[in-house]
Ligand binder design. Structure first.
Ligand code: URA
Length: 242
């Protein structure tokens, strides 16, 4: 790929702005200044360490998947009012092509593991209900559990208000009288909150701990993120049921 196109796709500016960066001697490859936009580079993983832009290593190359510890109070949207999950990344990332999008959504008030990727096929593979990728949440509840919820959630018959199709079986594990882990393999709107509402309870806090075989590392604080490798991406599908 041409270096000017790569830099522009990574959000460093329009083709004109990138030309200016190159002319101002702000981009180097293996220590040598680059001033020709038409220079071709191969998008190998090592390229990131070989290119410096204004003395900083190049942003992650396209083919990027991010694991974010989403804090509460941030919305998974590009255009709503208030704090957006995209505000947690460098501004330049909002201009990336292909764009980075969330893999499904977490509610504004839900925290935990959120993936973002610029690979549309991957986003579809993880979120498609056909692939049954399990998602594990921890919920704290307003009222003590009555002991019947696990059976109801596992029945495959639970109907959410306003819907016509019952939920697929889900697993509930009791942690304490007002705390539970719930594993679901669909992604219906506000699903976990509505499941507890359907059994007469109310979710106070909700946190996603795991997607497929990929866990939120406990070393990652709310608001922090990291780029994940292809092997980590593949681990998502390791626990999916056929
Ligand atoms: N279920 C919910 O109710 N909210 C989420 O954010 C995710 C699952």
């Amino acid at each position: 790929m041409r270096i000017d196109r790569l830099l522009s796709n990574l959000g460093y500016g329009s083709r004109k702005e990138v030309e200016r960066l190159l002319r101002q001697n702000k981009v180097s490859l293996d220590g040598a200044l680059i001033n020709k936009g038409e220079l071709h580079v191969n998008l190998t993983p090592e390229l990131r360490e070989r290119i410096l832009v204004e003395s900083e290593p190049l942003d992650p190359l396209p083919g990027l998947t991010i694991l974010l510890h989403k804090p509460t109070g941030f919305t998974c949207s590009h255009k709503e009012e208030g704090d957006l999950v995209y505000d947690l990344f460098p501004d330049r990332w909002q201009k990336r092509e292909p764009p980075l999008s969330t893999v499904g959504r977490l509610d504004k008030d839900t925290s935990g593991l959120l993936l973002l990727s610029d690979n549309g096929a991957l986003v579809h593979k993880i979120t498609s209900p056909k692939n049954h990728v399990p998602k594990r949440y921890r919920a704290t509840l307003a009222r003590p559990l009555n002991g019947k919820e696990a059976e109801i959630f596992a029945s495959g018959k639970l109907m959410l208000e306003g819907e016509e199709k019952p939920l697929l079986p889900a697993i509930l594990k009791l942690i304490s009288p007002t705390e539970a882990e719930v594993t679901i393999s669909e992604g219906r709107y506000h699903q976990v909150r509505r499941m507890f509402a359907a059994v007469g309870n109310h979710v106070l806090t909700l946190h996603r701990e795991q997607i497929g075989g990929l866990k939120l590392p406990n070393t990652l604080s709310a608001g922090e993120y990291l780029a994940i490798s292809e092997a980590e991406v593949q681990s998502i599908f390791a626990t999916a049921q056929p």
